[in-house]
Design a binder for this molecule. Structure first.
Ligand code: KG4
Ligand code: ZN
Length: 339
């Protein structure tokens, strides 16, 4: 069954990006196509039904683009992989079903990959792989968690803590919206904050949580109350200070838990992923911890299929036809590696 170049073709459609990548067994990327739908901004967030319809339209062209970018054909593909969950079910179903069908039509093996395993595996791609063991911080619009990464397979990745409510990116987006900024709010809030005083206001960092879990709901409410107390005119005048103080609270909440995570695991190495990893003050704050640090390039930090292919290298593949009855999952139940 091993054909041509033994390549892995991966599909990721857990949220609003339609992604197809081609990666070889060593983790070298031949193609990494990310089709951003760009239609959710007007709704202030991702609408699942709209996302899934766009995945249907974009997946075929994304696949063709990936094959063209890599200058290979489907005959060169040995293994097909796709994100199984967690994510939006309607969105996951499109990519997962298409990938299974593609594998089945060629009697290829298929690897169902957990999305979070994928984010961690982004660090293992060439040309500069950052190998386990390490502590991983993932902070995006959809998830915020710390993981102890002891090896390459999903069984060796242990989630130490995660958000009890909003994700860090969501906290940025919601705060930005309250301050009258557009979606996604993170970059806009960072820009506004650059002209403000981060110590103007003391927003909460969920200190009462002494473990490794995160919580951003209280912070969001604190900003809401502060805006109300200040009144429209004063709030408008202090917008940059509010943004800077709000950002400081998120950065501190993340940094405190990373420091704790490093202490508790004994790791001296840290990988950071997710869209929030683009945040300047967060990068500075984490760099100041003095650990050996890996932050993959932005296109590998945000949702992409190359990271799914990377994780597939360390996932036991299912032979045809044993994957046909595999289904997607919405929430973070650890995928049982089906035998
Ligand atoms: O990983 P990602 O692209 O996709 C999702 O999981 O949705 O993360 C997007 C999130 C958004 O919430 C966005 O506001 C945030 O990452 N983000 C940032 C910055 N750039 C993107 N947050 C803070 N500062 C940034 N510079
Ligand atoms: Zn993600």
């Amino acid at each position: 069954m091993t054909t041509g170049r033994g390549l892995i073709l991966a599909v990721e459609t857990s949220c609003d990006d339609t992604c197809v990548a081609i990666v070889d067994r060593r983790g070298e990327m031949l193609a990494n196509v990310i089709s951003s739908q760009g239609i959710h901004d007007r709704y202030g967030g991702v609408v699942p039904e709209i996302a899934s319809r766009h995945h249907l339209r974009l997946l075929g062209p994304a696949l063709a683009q990936a094959l063209a970018d890599a200058a290979v054909s489907l005959d060169d593909v040995e293994l097909v992989a796709a994100t199984q969950g967690p994510g939006l079910v309607a969105a996951l179903l499109v990519g997962f079903s298409a990938a299974k069908a593609l594998a089945a039509s060629r009697r290829l093996a298929f690897a169902p990959v957990d999305h979070l395993h994928g984010h961690v595996a982004a660090s293992w791609l060439e040309p500069d792989p950052f190998e386990p063991p390490f502590l991983a911080l993932l902070a995006s619009g959809g998830h915020t968690l710390l993981a102890d990464v002891r090896g390459h397979d999903w069984e060796s990745v242990r989630v130490l803590g995660q958000t009890l409510d909003d994700a860090a990116g969501e906290a940025f987006d919601k705060g930005a919206r309250m301050l009258g900024l557009g979606y996604p709010g993170g970059p806009a809030l960072q820009r506004l904050a650059a002209g403000g005083d981060p110590h103007a206001y003391d927003f909460p960092t969920a200190r009462r949580l002494t473990g490794l879990d995160f919580s951003f709901a209280g912070l969001k409410t604190a900003l809401l109350y502060k805006l109300r107390d200040l009144g429209e005119v004063e709030a408008e005048r202090r917008r940059a200070d509010l943004a800077a103080s709000y950002q400081r609270a998120i950065v501190e909440a993340l940094t405190i838990r990373v420091r704790r995570g490093l202490e508790r695991t004994g790791h001296a190495r840290l990988a950071v992923g997710g869209g929030v990893a683009a945040n300047g003050p967060l990068r500075e704050s984490i760099a100041a911890l003095g650990t050996e640090l890996d932050i993959p390039p932005r296109e590998l930090c945000t949702d992409n299929a190359a990271m799914i292919a990377s994780a597939a290298r360390f996932t036991r593949p299912l032979e045809f036809p044993h994957y046909l009855q595999q289904d997607v999952y919405a929430t973070g139940e650890r995928q049982l590696q089906a035998a």
